[in-house]
Design a protein around this ligand. Structure first.
Ligand SMILES: Cc1ncc(COP(=O)(O)O)c(C=O)c1O
Length: 353
């Protein structure tokens, strides 16, 4: 694909980023004017306070411009396949959100967190009476695949109610559920019910000692704060691109720790999952990285849109996003406390909030 073909879309994309770059260079991110410039990058009607990013992120112009331009470019000259160089760069940008040491080869581009969850659960070869520990605050994106596995493979589910007051209480509750048949602990990184950040590194330490696998549903963490996936101790992590990262709808990532690649058998494979195949020789070599979980034709416009989203959030700065979100949350909590009879369910201690 000619590099020049990318230019029109790139131009639209970079002009909105240039505005943010300029704002970053000239304004402090504590300055409300900085956030007004960010706010102007969205389609949302002026004066609208959009409060449902945990449900569905509003995409900025940088993302929608990119998706539209790439879709037009695709239809001007439809061609199967994708540019592997671009895909590698985009996976690397996604990996950067998972912190130091996360390699692009540990990332697969998937359609949703739900797809990532299913790849993990189906790939582990769970059998009758294998036990999976999860919390009672999981999204249906995890509950339904778990229940389906229970019905189809006969696994046992063991659940705990998250401790909203003491982070260590969650580790203790999981420890109390572990048996010799526990194969997997699968939890939200941040729960969608109360916004609780679970103490994942402590949980990982507990389960690693017992050789239990640890998977995270990161739908509520990717793009909201800096993640150190290596320090988290997770073997697998999956997230949506269309929530806090504000990418196009139906984008997501799956992280498979390099040394866990062969622990997870891909259940859906096809074109692009392999590095070599020959029906005549009865030979198949899957890619030696997480790309083996990608398959078939992708919607390239969405993938480029995901890149634009990653660039958008990185240009603002993940630390600035987190600090600003925390300030907004604090203002909200302080306001709620003034309402007689209102009970705050979300955790109050800073690391869990
Ligand atoms: C914790 C959590 N997991 C998974 C999902 C579903 O994400 P997706 O639509 O990308 O499958 C959501 C959506 O709200 C969620 O909050």
């Amino acid at each position: 694909m000619a590099a020049g073909a990318l230019l029109p879309a790139r131009r639209a994309w970079s002009s909105t980023l240039d505005g943010i770059r300029h704002a970053r260079a000239t304004l402090d991110t504590d300055d409300e004017r900085f956030w007004q410039i960010v706010r102007a990058q969205f389609h949302l009607a002026p004066g609208t306070a959009y409060l449902n990013t945990a449900g569905l992120g509003a995409s900025p112009f940088a993302v929608t411009n990119m998706v539209k331009a790439m879709m037009d470019r695709e239809e001007a000259a439809p061609a199967p396949g994708h540019n592997e160089e671009d895909w590698s760069r985009i996976r690397a940008k996604c990996a950067a959100f998972l912190g130091p040491g996360c390699g692009a080869d540990e990332i697969a581009l998937v359609s949703t967190a739900t797809e990532g969850i299913n790849i993990i659960l189906n790939g582990l070869g769970l059998v009758r009476q294998d036990e999976v520990i999860t919390s009672t605050h999981e999204h249906v994106a995890l509950c339904i695949p778990l229940l389906h596995k229970m019905k189809t493979a006969g696994i046992e589910l063991r659940t705990f109610e998250p401790d909203l007051k003491h982070a260590q209480g969650n580790v203790d509750r999981i420890a109390a559920l572990v048996t010799s048949r526990t194969r997997l602990v699968f939890l939200s990184h941040v729960t969608c019910t109360t916004g609780q950040v679970l103490p994942v590194a402590d949980i990982a330490r507990l389960v690693a000692q017992r050789r239990i696998l640890f998977a995270l549903d990161g739908a509520q963490s990717l793009g909201q704060f800096a993640i150190d996936i290596k320090a988290s101790g997770a073997d697998f992590y999956t997230a949506s691109g269309h929530k806090w990262l504000m990418g196009p709808k139906r984008t997501g990532i799956l992280y498979v720790r390099k040394d866990r690649l062969d622990t997870l058998t891909p259940t859906v494979v096809g074109a692009y999952s392999d590095q070599a195949n020959s029906l005549a020789d009865r030979r198949l070599e899957l890619r030696p990285n997480a790309q083996r979980f990608e398959y078939g034709t992708q919607n390239g416009a969405l993938v480029y849109g995901l890149e634009a989203a990653a660039d958008f959030v990185s240009t603002i700065g993940l630390d600035a996003v987190w600090k600003h979100n925390q300030a907004l949350a604090t203002a909200c909590v302080d306001g709620l406390r003034t309402i007689a009879g209102a009970e705050l369910l979300s955790p109050d201690d800073a690391p869990s909030r």
